[in-house]
Design a protein around this ligand. Structure first.
Ligand SMILES: [Fe+2]
Length: 266
């Protein structure tokens, strides 16, 4: 049965129904619950190697673990909103869990989450996961869609080489990821002014004044580049700009609500 999805185009023009709706005709369950359970076990086993003192991971890697688990839930919820079948919902959850696999070795090796100061964590995650057993049981095309989701989830612009009908998983993970980043940002700002931010991204200060460069990017009605983010204020503005990149109503609504970041800007 072909997956049917209908939703209205976002007022910003950000939604892309074509790329969202066609995950293809499902001839079989692409990921059964048993396989998803195995994948969760693989992930737990994989991250365990990054535990150090007293079997505890660095707090920022604990945060990344919780982020991965929440993005997995968001991805499943979005897949459900889109009317995807149980097998595709399982695959969406798997992608959510794996999307930041590259973050763990990135932080272990470079003590940063800044790709510009280390390596592209999407590429790294793809290299790690492309041969793992829990994905090797999937039909080849579906495995590739999940791996493309891991590989390209962090690109500012989706590469032209991804065919429109293969973008469904990629769009889904990009939205699910952003939904959780909104949550983490708000919670962190309210807790302590996001004191952890410079530890994750060392070239970003906690200054709340956005720079003219980032405002200029926003006026171009496009997503702001993380490379140009130099302060917490810039970070807020970058998240506001995600309204130009969202593909689901759920993220469009969260982006709109993120307007309350304005109260944190000076
Ligand atoms: Fe990521």
């Amino acid at each position: 049965m072909a997956v049917q999805v209908n939703f209205e185009k976002c007022a910003t023009g950000g939604l892309c129904a074509e790329s969202r709706c066609d995950v293809g005709v499902e001839k079989e369950e692409i990921m059964r619950t048993k396989e998803l359970v195995n994948l969760r076990k693989w992930f737990r086993h994989y991250i365990r190697q990054f535990a150090q003192n007293g079997n505890r991971m660095h707090p920022l890697l604990q945060l990344k673990t919780r982020h991965s688990e929440r993005v997995a839930k968001e991805a499943r919820a979005l897949a459900s909103d889109l009317g995807w079948s149980p097998g595709y919902r399982n695959a969406a959850e798997a992608l959510g869990l794996l999307h930041d696999t590259g973050r763990f070795s990135q932080f272990a090796e470079h003590r940063t989450f800044a790709d510009t100061m280390s390596f592209d964590h999407g590429e790294c995650g793809w290299t790690i996961t492309r041969k793992i057993a829990p994905l090797s049981c999937l039909p080849r095309a579906e495995r590739k869609r999940i791996l493309d989701g891991i590989r390209y989830h962090n690109r500012r612009v989706i590469p032209d080489t991804i065919a429109p009908r293969h973008r469904a998983f990629l769009n889904l993970i990009r939205d699910a990821d952003k939904l959780d980043i909104f949550r983490v940002t708000l919670e962190s700002v309210e807790r302590n002014g996001f004191q952890d931010l410079p530890d994750m991204l060392p070239d970003i200060t906690l200054d709340r004044a956005p720079s003219p460069a980032i405002i200029q990017e926003l006026y171009r009605r496009q997503t702001c580049s993380l490379r140009k983010v130099k302060s917490l204020g810039d970070f807020f503005v970058m998240q506001l700009s995600w309204i130009y990149d969202c593909t689901t109503p759920r993220l469009a609504s969260a982006s709109w609500n993120a307007g309350f970041f304005r109260e944190y800007l000076v």
